[in-house]
Design a protein around this ligand. Structure first.
Ligand code: GSH
Length: 212
């Protein structure tokens, strides 16, 4: 498989973690978001949305990180990223989607560029916006994981799930923008633990071939 990726793309970071957890080999093809390589006509033949990541599989090219990870889960079921119990599966997905739907789309490169360009916001205002949406969603997520995490090692129960795969890249972004994480001790403890696991460590942005 080929993963079209950019080292700092948190959506690509999610897919790297999932591929590593599943023990799947893949080749990284880097596309620089800063140089607009995701917007070229060539890249849009793979993903008409012009967004990273894309996973090229033997069965076709896939976009949208959650769809990619769910594909991997169905094709390569072990180790599982979703529990078997329907209510537990939905609870894990709801944590993952709190990040994927309620933070990430508001803090994306094109959104930040629009704030800077069209709306003429300065760097202080843009960074405030960025941190605001993380803190807003992390507030609910902190309560959710306290309910469902057994020992503050994983978001749900005592095994890695999709929620963990989403948390670590979002925590990376939160730190990058110097977000105050003191109200979220459980999320921080879980992320610290996860980041020590090999599947998560080797997916780190600074260890990718295009890291600057
Ligand atoms: N919902 C999509 C989001 C994809 C996405 O927005 N990726 C970012 C990088 S993390 C991107 O390509 N941004 C380019 C841009 O905003 O112009 C997913 O989960 O894959």
């Amino acid at each position: 498989m080929k993963l079209y990726s950019y080292f700092r793309s948190s959506a690509a970071y999610r897919v790297r973690i999932a591929l590593n957890i599943k023990g799947l080999e893949y080749e990284t093809v880097t596309k620089s978001l800063l140089d607009g390589e995701h917007r070229t006509i060539d890249f849009r033949t793979l993903n008409p949305q012009g967004l990273i990541p894309v996973l090229q599989t033997e069965e076709g090219a896939l976009s949208q990180s959650i769809a990619i990870i769910e594909y991997l889960e169905e094709r390569y079921p072990t180790p599982a990223l979703l529990p078997t119990d329907p209510i537990a599966r939905a609870q894990v997905r709801s944590m993952a989607l709190a990040i994927a739907c309620d933070i990430h789309p508001l803090n994306n490169l094109r959104v930040l560029n629009y704030l800077r360009g069209e709306l003429k916001l300065d760097v202080v205002a843009v960074n405030k916006w960025y941190r605001h949406w993380i803190m807003d969603a992390f507030t609910g997520l902190e309560t959710l994981v306290r309910r469902h995490s057994t020992q503050a090692r994983y978001c749900f129960g005592d095994e890695v799930t999709l929620a963990d795969v989403l948390l670590v890249p979002q925590m990376f972004n939160a730190r990058r923008y110097e977000t105050d994480l003191s109200p979220f001790p459980t999320l921080v403890a879980i992320s610290n633990h996860l980041e020590s696991l090999p599947a998560f460590t080797s997916a780190r942005p600074d260890l990718q071939p295009d890291a600057m």
